[in-house]
Design a binder for this molecule. Structure first.
Ligand SMILES: NC(=O)c1ccc[n+]([C@@H]2O[C@H](COP(=O)([O-])OP(=O)(O)OC[C@H]3O[C@@H](n4cnc5c(N)ncnc54)[C@H](OP(=O)(O)O)[C@@H]3O)[C@@H](O)[C@H]2O)c1
Length: 292
């Protein structure tokens, strides 16, 4: 039987409607409009698209946004000065430096320079530490989006075995941490797999909920999952172009075969992707609220 689709586009729309109401309330009660500063270093086409999408989302929701594009040869010192300027700017509640940065800039130093109260990406070690302890105000956008996808599609995580494939700082490690936190965390039993895992399929077959973030198409095939699994496919892989020249995207999971066994699955595109920017908007709202 084909799996139920967990439609990120629809769930994201629902959350944006909630954000709109909360923004109105913030404005009426406190005269406050949240502000997001985005910084793009260089002209990587992918990064340009992502920053553009974030700007557009702000404009649609009525969040103030300030975008700064600087050349690829900008010095680290100048970038740090820019971050400091936004740290001190009361109109700005969230700061986002689009990654990756050019090689001559130390990305860690830049992330560490962001005021943790304005770190809406949740990459600063203070916020990562709070997430691990379970006291974080900000949750990183993609993992937070995954939690919402599961919750709002009616998948309980409580007591389930969640298997995460991929241990990146952006997706794998934080989602594994969120899943193992006591409520309102996932309260699940968690296994985290990576390239050092021997016999990956032995673990993925045990998953009640399987979250895959590896960046390689068809890493998970039908023989690697059990009947009734819920699959969250984080992967975004460009696998070719349509005759019209449009990019074709695929996830990390072999969707066609896995959906025959799964109870529910996220499509790519239209699954996890739309949630990430929505949760960035949510974090910007939370940062503004906390500044009152
Ligand atoms: N939709 C969204 O909003 C969104 C957001 C973020 C990322 N993504 C997508 O998600 C994917 C992963 O992103 P990321 O930033 O987490 O990637 P990443 O930093 O490249 O990390 C990939 C992880 O997967 C592991 N891995 C790779 N191949 C594997 C295999 N065959 N078996 C087991 N583990 C394997 C790696 O293990 P090692 O650590 O051992 O190398 C690594 O931990 C990418 O396609 C990215 O575009 C989407």
């Amino acid at each position: 039987m084909a799996a139920k689709l967990i439609k990120g586009a629809e769930i994201s729309k629902e959350i944006r409607e909630e954000i709109t109401k909360e923004l109105q309330e913030l404005k009426e009660k406190h005269g406050l409009t949240p502000g997001l500063a985005t910084i793009l270093v260089g002209d990587d086409p992918g990064s340009k698209v992502y920053v553009g999408q974030k700007e557009k989302a702000c404009a649609k929701l009525g969040i103030y946004s300030e975008r700064t594009d600087i050349p690829a040869d900008t010095s680290e010192a100048d970038l740090l000065d820019l971050v400091k300027k936004f740290n001190a700017d009361p109109k700005i509640h969230g700061i986002l430096v689009q990654l990756p940065l050019p090689k001559h800039i130390n990305a860690d130093r830049v992330i560490y320079a962001i005021d943790p109260d304005k770190d809406v990406d949740c990459f600063h070690p203070v916020n990562v530490g709070k997430l691990v302890i379970g006291t974080g105000r900000f949750l990183p956008c993609t993992p937070h989006g995954i939690m919402e996808l599961l919750r709002r599609s009616g998948t309980t995580t409580e007591g389930k075995h969640v298997v995460v494939v991929g241990r990146s700082n952006i997706v794998g490690k934080p989602i594994a941490n969120l899943m193992l936190q006591s409520p309102p965390g996932g309260n699940a039993t968690v296994t985290l797999c990576h390239t050092g895992t021997k016999d990956l399929a032995a673990f993925t077959r045990m998953a009640d909920i399987l979250i895959v973030a590896v960046g390689r198409p068809k890493t998970i095939t039908a023989d690697m999952v059990k009947e009734g699994v819920v699959v969250i496919d984080v992967g975004v892989n460009r696998i070719g172009k349509t005759p019209e020249g449009k990019g074709i995207l695929a996830g990390d999971v072999d969707f066609d075969s896995v959906q025959e066994k799964a109870a529910a699955i996220t499509p790519v595109p239209g699954g996890v992707g739309p949630m990430t920017i929505t949760m960035l908007m949510k974090n910007t709202l939370e940062a503004a609220r906390a500044s009152i």
